[in-house]
Ligand binder design. Structure first.
Ligand SMILES: [Zn+2]
Ligand SMILES: [Zn+2]
Length: 318
């Protein structure tokens, strides 16, 4: 008979307190950067030249992190929507790691858990437990995954394992480089403030995109397409994504721009990536057959999708 020993009370208390401090720093630290940045601009005269430079660097960093998370963490590592050469893989995971959303494999494991139990018991961030729980407070209750289990043990994930284990280094280098180049305004605005914007908008996929917007497909969860965040990478076509998670394209209908998929097609043309899980005629037909009659009027953007003429093996996955 296996003897189950209870965890020591003091050890549990320290572990819980440590987790609360770390999670609070992750959620509120970047938000403090926005407040401190606004305070800085209100008290320090910033010439138009510096204002232009800061705006350009902020925007460049914002989209690099957004596309890093979308392409690297989500469509590549979590869902295997394509395979990438080591340089592209490194660049995607580096950009995503600097967004302070956790080590890449940890992120992927949590997100796979979400798809496996979306809006049901076992979902780490279902809005059924409230908007703010789904948005970011779930981080307080989610037990951190310390041991990375298969399939990330496979040799093809060697670089991803390295990026996972050196996560703190990339975050620190990002912060240090902004401070070294721009001083305090670099630290509070370009590092913390930029990460706050990226993370709040990423959190919104878990909260807003499971509560507000249209459903093209009758998926067994509450996922929705929330068009008002169209200026991001395309992750907001979340109901389409839940209908077929491995599909590299998320925007499928007319009026559903998906810049990340555009980049995937471009990188594939340049042979930087391969094995792209394009939406094929067969998978698309499978997805449409699951559409609710009320939403079946939506028109697929067939031209933009460049549908594969051949029928790919395997139907749509859910
Ligand atoms: Zn979801
Ligand atoms: Zn996903």
């Amino acid at each position: 008979m296996i003897e189950v020993r209870p965890e020591p009370f003091l050890k549990n208390l320290i572990s819980s307190a440590f987790r609360h401090v770390v999670v609070s720093a992750i959620i509120f630290g970047p938000l403090a950067g926005i407040v401190l940045g606004c305070w800085y601009f209100a008290h320090e005269p910033v010439g138009w030249r510096l204002a232009v430079v800061l705006s350009l660097v902020f925007t460049g960093r914002f989209y690099a992190k957004i596309f890093g998370v979308s392409l690297g963490y989500h469509r590549y590592l979590t869902h295997a929507g394509f395979t990438a050469n080591p340089v592209v893989e490194f660049m995607m995971l580096l950009a995503a790691s600097t967004a302070m959303q956790g080590p890449c494999m940890n992120w992927a494991m949590v997100h796979r858990q979400h798809h496996a139990h979306a809006d049901k018991p076992g979902d780490p961030h279902s809005p059924l437990e409230g908007f703010w729980h789904a948005h970011c407070f779930w981080l307080y209750s989610w037990p951190f995954i310390r041991k990375i289990k298969p399939p990330f043990d496979r040799p093809e994930y060697k670089l991803a394992r390295f990026m996972n284990n050196t996560f703190v280094l990339w975050v620190a280098l990002d912060a240090f480089s902004m401070y070294a180049i721009f001083g305090w305004v670099g630290l509070v605005w370009l590092w913390l403030g930029c990460n706050a914007m990226v993370n709040q908008l990423t959190y919104a996929v878990n909260s807003v995109c499971h509560m507000y917007g249209k459903r093209n497909f009758d998926t067994p969860d509450q996922s929705r397409n929330f068009k008002w965040l169209f200026f991001l990478s395309g992750e907001i076509w979340h109901n389409n994504h839940h209908r077929n998670p491995t599909c590299a394209a998320h925007g499928l209908m007319k009026g559903e721009p998906d810049v990340a998929y555009g980049l995937i097609k471009l990188m594939n043309r340049w042979h930087w990536i391969s094995d792209v899980q394009h939406p094929t005629e067969r998978t698309y037909r499978g997805m449409v057959s699951g559409a609710r009659p009320a939403y079946a009027v939506a028109t697929p953007d067939l031209a933009a999708l460049s549908l594969e003429p051949a029928l790919a093996p395997g139907g749509p996955s859910t």
